[in-house]
Design a protein around this ligand. Sequence first.
Ligand SMILES: [Zn+2]
Length: 370
Amino acid sequence: MPRAALRLLLVAPLLVALVAASQGPGRSAPTRPGAPAAPAFAALPRIAQLEVTRLGGIDHVSLREAAPLLGLRATWAEKERQLTLADASGKVVFEADSREVSFHGLRLFLGRPVVLRDGVVLVSKVDFERVLLARLRPALLGAPPPRPRVVALDPGHGGTDNGMENKSLGLKEKVLTLDVAQRVARLLAARDFTVVLTRKSDAPLAADKATDFRRRAEVANRAGADVFVSIHFNSLYPDTKTSGTETYTFTPQFQRSDRAWSPAERDDTERDAAPVNRYDAWSSLLGQCLHREIIGRLGTLDRGQKTMHSAVMRGLDCPAVLVESVFLSNDAEARLASTPAGRQRIADAIATGIVAYADAVAALQPKPGP
Ligand SMILES: [Zn+2]
């Protein structure tokens, strides 16, 4: 066992300090009435005691100060203005004034830019606790969710909503998402997961989109889903060059979504937590597992792990990710999506990512007593 892992095991019983209440500017997170209690969001007392620097009303913590508590080595490169945290499993590279992080070679966009202040590299506390900690040291998050058994798959679009289309190849996103979801379902059922699909046919769940989205989440919640994955295909017509994979988690409370960082967009920060925000940290880990497998297995361009205020994920009672697998507006990727073998490869990658997450959570379960 690596020394760092042993050290974590030794301090695990000390997981007590609740930090959820310190997420943002002085407000606790109301959730839907009647929703089950949030899983304990705890961190090592030493991590809860990390010095907090308040900048523009936002709490930040020092990455260099956090590194030894996580069993990571910190290195600062002055010329590149980059701080690297590393251990035997890989490295995470942060750059001053950028939201983009290279996480074990994959692109990850934080909710706020990394700040360099008086020679100290700071990340927002929300990013540290809800995005980075889960990916680096999930054992430090406190009580893990139960070992995942029920997986909800959401084939995007349906009915009159075709989603994206590639007219020259005769492709409709709503048809492809259902086909890929059914393939993922078969792969997971063969691994003893219970799988529910939010739709099993072309029929929409409601005439209006808002109700349709809400009902998809209700299907997953009623089934007691431990994991929710929404499957989509991307498009950027008239641009046909852009290709690659994006994975989205629901935007954490007090942050703005990725799209809202472009200058033309308004700030869409939400002051109240959505039900699915209770699972931010675990959604982040799920996103990492899916993104790694999809990029690794399909060899697609890495367009990054991002966040959005997704209506379909908002009301969920479990960790959730939305996958924009490949671009239908890009000929090469559309051809992959147009063949059963290509769709099987996409399904394989998604199923493997879900299994990787389930294995990671299973490994965190408390060991039965003697
Ligand atoms: Zn879509």
